[in-house]
Design a protein around this ligand. Structure first.
Ligand code: HEM
Ligand code: HEM
Length: 185
């Protein structure tokens, strides 16, 4: 009986599937760490050992995000979205959908432009001191600078849209007291 109840709960059509929830929260952690470290590094003097060290960790989180997004897209495409117990209004659904699309775009753009910034400048592409990712970029200073500029503006967009995303979830939970957060728990 208990196992039947657990099985029913685990396969609820109103929650994202297990692998989707796992990747969502793993990526949330990795991306928030990458954003925080990247922002902090932008205030440090280039070339100092502290900045070099923190950038290595930043790049490692960023490359983890790149590996996870490659996994996440097919998982999302095959499982789709859960059903709603109570359908939100058309405008709330459209707003959430648009924000999620932008977040997916940024989850691709940021690691790719970060990789290009470091790769095209011939700098390291580490993973937590364990190994180096292959550098597939040609040596090209201008390309590296262009990618760095896109990376910087992408970071501003990421802070803004992620702030909205978290604020929207908090509003649904604390004010509307609806099912939104439980779909991802
Ligand atoms: C404390 C942080 C976060 C909370 C509380 C949170 C919460 C949620 C919740 C509840 C949903 C489900 C919305 C629905 O009902 O459809 C969701 C979806 C989503 N979240 Fe987050 N999230 C957080 C951080 C992040 C981060 C850092 C990202 C990275 C970009 C992110 C990207 C997404 C995306 C793309 C979706 C749509 C999922 C899909 O339909 O495939 N979230 N989030
Ligand atoms: C989700 C992934 C990533 C996020 C959210 C992110 C975010 C950021 C942020 C907020 C900054 C500071 C603003 C700026 O100067 O651009 C930054 C800088 C930087 N990031 Fe990332 N990053 C990510 C992935 C990567 C990856 C994969 C690499 C390289 C392998 C990388 C390399 C760099 C470098 C070298 C800088 C310093 C750029 C400069 O000083 O011009 N990032 N990143």
């Amino acid at each position: 009986m208990t196992s039947a109840v657990i099985a029913t709960k685990a396969q609820s059509p109103y929650r994202y599937r297990g692998p989707q929830r796992l990747i969502h929260w793993a990526m949330a952690f990795v991306i928030i760490c990458a954003l925080g470290l990247g922002l902090y590094c932008s205030y440090l003097v280039p070339g100092t050992p502290q900045r070099q060290f923190l950038l290595e960790i930043h790049k490692s989180f960023g490359m983890t995000a790149l590996a996870l997004i490659v996994l996440r897209i097919p998982v999302r495409a095959s499982y789709g979205e859960p059903s709603w117990r109570t359908q939100p209004s058309w405008s709330v659904k459209a707003g959430a959908h648009a924000a999620h699309m932008v977040l997916y775009g940024l989850m691709i753009l940021m690691p790719v432009t970060g990789y290009m910034t470091s790769g095209a400048a011939g700098r390291s592409l580490p993973w937590f001191g364990l190994f180096q990712w292959p550098n597939l970029m040609p040596a090209d200073r201008d390309l590296s600078r262009l990618a760095a500029t896109i990376h910087e503006y992408g970071a501003y967009a990421f802070f803004a849209v992620l702030g909205l995303h978290i604020a929207a979830v908090a509003w649904h939970r604390l004010v509307k007291k609806d099912e939104v957060l439980s779909r991802m728990l």
